[in-house]
Design a protein around this ligand. Structure first.
Ligand code: PEP
Ligand code: MG
Length: 430
C-alpha cells in the first residue's frame, strides 16, 4: 500500500479492512474517502474516520476487484453507498449535495451559541466526543459545552511503546488547556477488542470483544493503569478532574478502580503537588449487567455515561465490527429503549448524573428519542451537534415522551416508524 505521505490529491482508499490506527495514519494525509470490503460503520475505525471527517463506507463486497486506479468514485458516508465510475448526472447531483451541505453547515454555525432548549423548556447539554489533540479546535466551532468522552487510547494506537508518564501528563494538560473552562471527561485506556495497542499484545483471543479488555486489563495490570492515573492527576492540578472507566460490568470493578485513582490523588498531595480542585469519578455503562447492579453502585458512582456502541453490541449479541449483524438491529428497537429507560430510572432514583456518549447520540432522530427517555446530556462527534441542536429546538419533548411511552407499552419491535411519523407531522428538521 502507498504510504500516507505518497497519497495523491483527492485520494480515496479502498481496502479489505483497516484498524483505527491505520485510519489515523492515513487520515493525516490527503484522504477524501475510505471504502472497506469488510468492517462496519459501528467500529472504532469508523469512529476515527468520522472524527477526522472522512466519509467511510464498510462492507462493500467485491469492490477492490472491480475498481481500477484513477477511477472516479463517490463515497457517500451518509447512506453507506459507494458509486464506482458514476455517470455525469450522478456526479452533478453529488456536487450539488456538497454545496447544500456547506449551506447547512453555515446555518448550524448560527446556532452555535444558542442553547439546546426544547419548545417546552427542557435544556439539553450537548458535549463532544474527542480523542485526538487535533479534535480540540472544533470545540469552539461546534459549540459543545464540554468534552463528554475523551477516548485516551486513540492517541496511543499508533505508538509502538507505552507512552511515558510525562508525555501523557503533557498531553492531558494540553487537552485541558484547549478546553478552557469547559469540562473534559477522560476515559481511561480502553484497549483490547478492536483496539489492539501495538505495545500491549495479550494472547490471541477467540472473542476479543468479550475478552481481556479495558478495565479488565487496567485492574489486572495496575502498573500501566497507575501511570495513566498519575498523569491525569498531575495534569489537572488545581483544576477539575473528571475520569470514567470503560467496560465496567460489576460494582466492585468500579470501586477498585476508583480506589486506585484516590490513592494516586493522595500520593500526589503528599509529594507536594497541587491536587485536582475537584475530582469526579464515573463509569461507562456498556454492559447490560451494570444496568442491573445493586443500588450501592448507582449511589456511589459520581456519574454514569452510557456507551451505546458497546451496550448495543452486547445487548443484541451482534458484533459492532461486523456490518452484516451490526446493521441488523435498529437503535430504536423497543427492547433496547426499555433497557435505556431502566438506566434512566436507576440514575434518577439515586440522583446520579447521566449522559449518553455512543454514536447514536449524534443522529437527530435517535437524540430526540434519548431525550424523550429522560437523558439530559448527550456527547457526540462535533459534526452531530448542529443537526441535533436544530432538531431539539423544534420539538415539544413531553409530546414525544408520551408517544414513546405508548409505543413501549405496545407490541412493536421498533419505535422508528412512530418517531419518524411524529417528526414529519411536527415539521422537525432532521
Ligand atoms: C461506546 O461503546 O458507546 C463508546 C462510547 O465507547 P467506544 O465507542 O470507544 O467503545
Ligand atoms: Mg465502548
Amino acid at each position: 500500500p502507498p504510504s500516507p505521505e505518497d497519497l495523491p490529491a483527492d485520494a480515496v482508499l479502498l481496502a479489505r479492512n483497516l484498524g483505527p490506527g491505520e485510519i489515523l495514519e492515513y487520515g493525516r494525509g490527503r484522504l477524501r474517502g475510505i471504502a472497506l470490503e469488510e468492517g462496519s460503520s459501528a467500529s472504532h475505525a469508523a469512529i476515527v474516520a468520522r472524527a477526522l471527517n472522512i466519509p467511510l463506507v464498510a462492507n462493500v463486497r467485491g469492490l477492490i476487484h472491480l475498481a481500477e486506479i484513477d477511477d472516479p468514485i463517490v463515497i457517500d458516508g451518509d447512506v453507506g453507498r459507494v458509486l464506482l465510475r458514476p455517470d455525469g448526472a450522478v456526479s452533478a447531483a453529488y456536487r450539488e449535495k456538497i454545496i447544500l451541505r456547506a449551506q447547512e453547515e453555515a446555518q448550524f454555525r448560527t446556532l452555535r451559541d444558542k442553547p439546546a432548549l426544547t419548545k417546552d423548556g427542557a435544556k439539553i447539554s450537548l458535549q463532544m466526543n474527542a480523542g485526538l489533540l487535533t479534535d480540540l479546535p472544533s470545540i469552539d466551532e461546534c459549540g459543545a459545552e464540554g468534552v463528554g468522552l475523551y477516548r485516551t487510547e486513540l492517541q496511543y494506537l499508533v505508538n509502538d511503546r507505552a507512552p511515558r508518564r510525562d508525555k501523557q501528563t503533557m498531553l492531558y494538560g494540553q487537552v485541558l488547556e484547549a478546553a478552557g473552562d469547559r469540562p473534559v471527561v477522560f476515559r481511561t485506556l480502553d484497549m483490547g477488542g478492536d483496539k489492539q495497542l501495538p505495545f500491549l499484545k495479550g494472547a490471541a483471543e477467540e472473542n476479543p470483544a468479550l475478552g481481556w479488555r479495558a478495565i479488565r486489563i487496567a485492574l489486572d495490570r495496575p502498573k500501566l493503569f497507575r501511570m495513566q492515573l498519575q498523569a491525569l492527576v498531575r495534569a489537572s492540578g488545581g483544576r477539575a478532574l473528571l475520569v470514567m472507566f470503560p467496560m465496567v460490568a460489576e460494582a466492585a470493578e468500579y470501586e477498585r478502580a476508583r480506589e486506585l485513582l484516590e490513592i494516586e490523588r493522595d500520593r500526589a498531595e503528599r509529594e507536594g503537588r497541587e491536587p485536582p480542585a475537584i475530582m469526579k469519578v464515573g463509569a461507562m455503562l456498556e454492559t447490560p449487567a451494570l444496568a442491573f447492579a445493586p443500588d450501592r453502585f448507582f449511589e456511589r458512582v459520581d456519574f454514569v455515561s452510557v456507551g451505546g456502541n458497546d451496550l448495543a453490541q452486547f445487548f443484541f449479541a451482534a458484533d459492532r465490527g461486523n456490518q452484516r449483524v451490526a446493521a441488523r438491529y435498529d437503535m430504536l428497537n423497543c427492547s433496547y429503549l426499555r433497557l435505556l429507560r431502566l438506566i434512566v430510572a436507576r440514575c434518577e432514583g439515586a440522583g446520579t448524573p447521566l449522559s449518553f456518549c455512543g454514536e447514536m447520540a449524534g443522529r437527530p432522530m435517535e437524540a430526540l428519542s434519548l431525550t424523550a427517555l429522560g437523558f439530559r446530556s448527550l456527547s457526540m462527534r462535533p459534526a452531530g451537534i448542529g443537526p441535533v441542536k436544530r432538531a431539539l429546538r423544534a420539538i415539544d419533548l413531553s409530546q414525544l415522551a408520551e408517544l414513546l411511552n405508548e409505543v413501549l407499552q405496545g407490541d412493536a419491535d421498533c419505535a422508528r416508524n412512530a418517531v419518524g411519523r411524529f417528526c414529519r407531522e411536527h415539521d422537525i428538521p432532521l
